[in-house]
Design a protein around this ligand. Structure first.
Ligand code: IMP
Length: 200
């Protein structure tokens, strides 16, 4: 089955491809599918933004589209950066991953409660309008300083619960087993099998 990821984030695409590899899904980015637009994330929840992204791509292409809207929610910051995770630094969308996690570390200077979670909301829309939605989380804490080179985004400053390494140190295989995206996609795979009638 052909599906377009409503994103141009190459690292996100790689993770989705790896996690969905056993589903026979041929996944490509929206740019590869000829969609040269960025969807404005005007929603106030991850689910709303995932819907907006998938809807724009399925409408433009007529091919099934899947979107992952994700981010980091920090307890001591009342859930920030949340849906603003991709633009959480003075430079907004233009800020680098490093600038974003450094900005976060600065906000948390002297803060004892480091609890946080990653959230991923998945929305898949088929050309006939059918929708599959699901959500996954990964709980953990924000480190005092960055560790590791793997992953992307806030991975160097996030340590998943039950591990003594940052998400960026754990490696792709472990991340794709325990991450918020992995947890959301486990549910997605089950729902897709049911949808396709291949869950027996
Ligand atoms: P969006 O879902 O493309 O709007 O972007 C979500 C933002 O949340 C990314 O730009 C990252 O900063 C952050 N984020 C989402 N998933 C991850 C992850 O797996 N690791 C680290 N940061 C992430």
């Amino acid at each position: 089955m052909k599906m377009i990821l409503a994103s141009n984030n190459a690292k996100k695409l790689r993770e989705l491809k790896a996690i969905l590899s056993d589903m026979g899904i041929e996944l490509c980015s929206q740019r590869e599918a000829g969609c040269n637009f960025e969807v404005e994330e005007t929603g106030t929840t991850f689910a709303e933004n995932a819907y907006l992204k998938a809807a724009a791509v399925v409408e433009a292409t007529g091919v099934a589209a899947i979107a992952d809207d994700s981010g980091l929610m920090v307890d001591a910051l009342n859930g920030e950066p949340g849906v603003y995770s991709a633009r959480y630094a003075p430079g907004g969308h233009d800020a680098s991953d490093k600038e974003k996690y450094e900005y976060l570390l600065k906000k948390l200077e002297g803060v004892e409660n480091r609890r946080a979670k990653f959230v991923s909301s998945i929305c898949c829309i088929f050309p006939n309008g059918d929708i599959i939605r699901c959500e996954g989380e990964c709980t953990g804490k924000i480190l005092l300083s960055p560790r590791g080179e793997g992953g992307f985004g806030y991975d160097p400053v996030f340590m998943p619960a039950g591990y003594d390494k940052s998400m960026a140190e754990l490696g792709t295989e472990v991340k794709n087993e325990i991450s918020h995206r992995a947890n959301a996609l486990k549910i997605f795979k089950k729902k897709l099998r049911e949808y396709n009638g291949t869950d027996k």
